[in-house]
Write a protein that binds this ligand. Structure first.
Ligand code: 13P
Length: 397
């Protein structure tokens, strides 16, 4: 059963939007799109019966001046964050922190979607309200991390592949019932370790299978092949690898009949490696990144929601702002975890008396990125803390 409170109206959703998607209440699928003919007997592939809803969800998330709050750290990664402020990695502490984030007053003005870890999707706030309901009340679409993390890729040069396809269909259906309307699958590509064509193909294929399964279950897939910042290479090398990766990703998305109007992308920005002697200005990052996107991403895709990848909060915002100085064919926005949460987490420090101040800091970052999405951000008056880089070698989620 869907959560009854999901059916209440909000700035983004109304009752009909949620009711429409419920499997028991849906009309049978009528649309069919042709697939490549393989013989004289025509082979057709049914469009997802959620097609209209997927397009609507993707457009809601990719709405002007808004982006995604990524708060889907696995329990292990969340533990590292909590440890950095001297807190134990308990469910109660994770719940307290996530409650702080989702209850920040007015967050929905800048944030259109929040990616949750499975524990949080089924969790309540410290006051006993379902987290999903709090988000919907804020006008924020709940999303869910569905991948099961990275493991070593046999036959490669210490590269990795992303697990999680087994059982994904039934898990996705359950997540939809719980209120999720979009999904995230993060796989990574390492430049210093290759990337080998095997690793790139595996990453692209996994993303495409996941995207097809998500759409089949009413979840808009965020397609995230993160090209890690690790390495001392220059920006040209990142650009070259990114072109290869995105070509492969779109080849397999098409092979898997994924509807491009109902996906969102989460790329890394094109920058020099974190250990490179070269540094790039926001204008250079924007030039390379937009050139990559224009070469590889069809305009049917509604939104490009960048990850921050270890950039400082201010750097991630400045780079996004530089990309929005002229109109783009897609909504170019953010889906940051570290670059939205870092100073907020430090300001909180695990103390109840700091919750309000930490929420204010979160809103400052969310507003800054909202302005950057509109191309109107200035870094004037930003704190020193917000300028500190957060790169960690081999970072995982
Ligand atoms: P960062 O913005 O911290 O790189 O997070 C990326 C991510 O995939 C979170 O969902």
């Amino acid at each position: 059963m869907a959560s009854a409170s999901l059916l209440k109206s909000s700035p983004v959703f109304d009752k009909s939007e949620f009711v429409k998607g419920q499997p028991l209440l849906r009309q049978p699928a009528v649309a069919a799109v042709p697939c490549r003919p393989v013989s004289s007997s025509a082979l057709t592939v049914r469009a997802s019966s959620y097609a209209d809803e997927l397009v609507k969800t993707a457009k809601t998330i990719a709405s002007p001046g808004r982006g995604i709050l990524a708060m889907d750290e696995s329990n292990a990664t969340c533990g590292k964050r909590l440890d950095s402020i001297g807190l134990e990695n308990t469910e109660a502490n994770r719940q307290a922190y996530r409650t702080l984030l989702v209850t920040a007053p007015g967050l929905g003005q800048y944030i259109s979607g929040a990616i949750l870890f499975e524990e949080t999707l089924y969790q309540s706030t410290t006051d006993g309200k379902k987290i999903v309901d709090v988000l919907v009340d804020q006008g924020i679409v709940p999303g869910i991390k569905v991948d099961k993390g990275l493991v070593p890729l046999a036959g490669s040069n210490n590269e990795s592949w992303c697990q999680g396809l087994d059982g994904l269909d039934s898990r996705s259906a359950a997540y939809y019932q719980q209120g999720a309307r979009f999904a995230k699958w993060r796989t990574v590509v390492s430049i210093p370790n290759g990337p080998s064509s095997l690793a790139v193909k595996e990453a692209a294929w996994g993303l495409a299978r996941y995207a097809a399964i998500s759409q089949d279950n009413g979840l808009v897939p965020i397609v995230e092949p993160e090209i890690l910042l690790d390495g001392d290479h220059g920006i040209e090398r990142t650009f070259e690898v990114a072109q290869k990766v995105w070509a492969e990703v779109f080849f397999y998305l098409a092979e898997n009949n994924v509807m491009f109007e109902g996906i969102l992308l989460k790329p890394s920005m094109v920058t020099p490696g974190a250990e490179s002697k070269d540094k790039a200005t926001p204008e250079e990052v924007a030039d390379y990144t937009l050139k990559l996107l224009k070469r590889r991403i069809p305009p049917a895709v509604p939104g490009i929601m960048f990850l921050s990848g270890g950039q400082s909060e201010v750097e991630a915002t400045l780079n996004l702002n530089a990309m929005n100085q002229a109109p783009n064919p897609w909504h170019v926005s953010f889906s940051y975890a570290r670059a939205l949460q870092n100073t907020c987490l430090k300001t909180w420090g695990g103390r109840p008396e700091n919750v309000k101040a930490a929420q204010e800091v979160l809103l400052i970052r969310a507003k800054a990125n909202s302005l950057a999405q509109l191309g109107k951000y200035s870094a004037e008056g930003e704190s020193e803390e917000a300028k500190k880089g957060m790169f960690v070698k081999g970072y995982s989620y």
